[in-house]
Unconditional design. Structure first.
Length: 527
């Protein structure tokens, strides 16, 4: 059984698991009734899919963009109707397991299909200049890099994302736009598409705003100068329609909101917009992002100079606690003497809430941190695992609104007595998942034998799937230290669907009479 078959099996398992977890998250789905235009557009998109659940002539480009828009719409609305379309698409697309660049990037832009194998494959395909070509060892080009950048943003691969964004920025023409190849004149449609992707890097790493400040300013000027008039849009020129909506989405993300009141007249009776699925999906995302609340009738075009809507209430939350070294790279282990750079990325109304951060040392000592950006020098710091905790606290009653926690590790440069593997997933209060193994203290365990009965079977795989389902919905997985060590079959420090898939595949293989250890099976079949 080769790695391709394992990957295919993994996709099916993870999508089934996603169905379970998404259903848990949707217990209150559609409690907020959506406007009529919303359901009409969803019905239109559903009807326009072909037998393979694709949209458009350029199926990879159109379908990935439409699914991306629908995922955003679902995250905002929690709509059962949108969820049904997404789950159908996931089941069809999950059967693709080739290591083709387009297929890998396509899967990675779809949240429930993201997996470590594809991510590592994509990162290895990145060229030294930060760009991507048609395949490994091909020269970088802007179209493949744009597709890869979208995947890297969606998977949160910061270093590779920053490098890809840097490559794209280096391809910008003097007029602020982008051409399909270096030296070619700028394409307004391509430029708007790139702008709508580049702006998403800011959510993952706000420091990119400084890094790409000149790029964004030039983009703003170019898009303003080349934006078509709304009343000139037509189904005969969908390229201009995509340009317009991508520009509008870019402005929404940059400024907070834009006026969408003139857009409602664009929808046809069948729910579509310009009789085109991608135009309809972009339009739907635009309306949902703005929620129809900002009705500034004096500004009906996407405006580069628009100020953020100060009357719109900021959504409170902590989106990330970034732990980086002095080079800006995200790392989880520091050698004693290095600097640990800690930054909290959060949103709140400043007159209603404030941020409180602290570090908990290995011995339990709590150190308060001042501000949202802190540099900690580790000289003389004790070796071990450190926790960084952040709370948003309501000023009126000092109650904690939301919390987040991440971990990092400090090790002495001369330490050779123990080997530690640490992987951290940051989440809201009480859901940090960390597996840590110190050779001097870790309990005895048999890899894969989660229930400890000496046999690796489907029960162990089910236990891992159940653990992953609970932790994916911010609940306690219920494993003790021994079970965590046994469950981490892939050895990447994270317990997820990959581990469950490997256990299920191993169990199926040995059930047919093959005699092999789990370690031997992994070594022979997983590359």
């Amino acid at each position: 059984m080769n790695s391709k078959k394992i990957c295919t099996f993994f996709m099916i398992i993870v999508i089934s698991l996603y169905n379970l977890t998404i259903s848990d998250n949707c217990a209150s789905a559609d409690t907020k009734t959506q406007p009529d235009y919303f359901y009409a557009m969803v019905d239109y998109l559903n009807a326009k899919q072909d037998k393979k659940n694709n949209w458009g002539m350029n199926t990879i480009y159109d379908t990935t963009n439409i699914i991306n828009s629908l995922e955003t719409v679902y995250e905002i609305t929690n709509s059962e109707a949108v969820k049904e379309i997404l789950l159908e698409d996931y089941m069809i697309w999950g059967k693709t397991a080739s290591k083709n660049f387009d297929d890998v990037s396509k899967r990675l832009t779809i949240k429930c299909m993201q997996n470590e194998w594809d991510i590592e494959w994509l990162k290895e395909a990145q060229n030294p200049d930060g760009g991507f070509g048609l395949a490994e060892e091909y020269a970088s080009d802007i179209l493949d890099t744009k597709l890869a950048l979208k995947a890297l943003i969606d998977t949160g691969e910061k270093e590779a994302m920053i490098n890809a964004a840097g490559y794209i920025a280096s391809m910008q023409n003097e007029d602020g736009g982008f051409g399909y190849q270096q030296g070619l004149s700028s394409s307004p449609s391509l430029t708007a598409d790139i702008a709508n992707i580049l702006v998403d890097t800011l959510e993952k790493s706000p420091m990119i705003d400084t890094y790409l400040e000149v790029t964004f300013k030039a983009l703003d000027s170019y898009l303003d100068a080349n934006c078509p008039a709304l009343d000139k849009l037509s189904e005969d020129n969908t390229e201009e329609v995509y340009q317009y909506f991508n520009t509008a989405l870019y402005k929404t993300k940059r400024t907070g909101s834009i006026d969408i009141s003139p857009y409602y007249a664009l929808q046809s009776e069948d729910g579509g917009v310009f009789d085109d699925p991608m135009s309809t999906a972009l339009y739907l995302e635009l309306l949902v992002r703005n929620d129809g609340e900002n009705k500034d009738t004096n500004n009906s075009e996407p405006n580069n100079n628009a100020e953020p809507n100060t009357n719109e209430k900021t959504e409170t939350g902590i989106s990330a606690i970034e732990i980086t070294n002095d080079s800006g790279a995200a790392v989880s282990t520091f050698i004693e003497g290095e600097n640990v750079n800690i930054s909290a990325v959060y949103n709140c109304e400043k007159n209603e809430a404030y941020l409180n951060m602290r570090i908990i040392e290995p011995d339990g000592t709590i150190i308060a941190l001042k501000g949202e950006n802190v540099v900690l020098n580790t000289t003389g710091a004790p070796e071990g695992e450190y926790k960084v905790q952040a709370d948003l606290i309501q000023k009126s009653d000092d109650k904690v609104i939301v919390s987040k926690e991440v971990t990092f590790r400090i090790q002495l440069s001369s330490s050779s007595e123990s080997t530690t593997t640490t992987a951290t997933t940051s989440a809201d209060t009480g859901t940090t998942v960390t597996t840590s193994a110190d050779n001097s203290t870790k309990p005895e365990f048999k890899l894969g034998d989660v229930d400890g009965n000496g046999v690796i079977d489907g029960i162990d795989a089910t236990a891992v799937l159940t653990y992953y389902a609970h932790t994916s919905t911010n609940s306690d997985g219920g494993f003790d230290e021994r079970q965590k060590l046994a469950a981490d079959v892939s050895g990447d420090g994270v317990i997820d669907g990959i581990d469950a898939t490997m256990l299920l595949t191993f169990y199926a293989y040995t059930s047919t009479g093959h005699s092999v250890t789990l370690e031997e099976f992994i070594s022979a079949n997983v590359t």
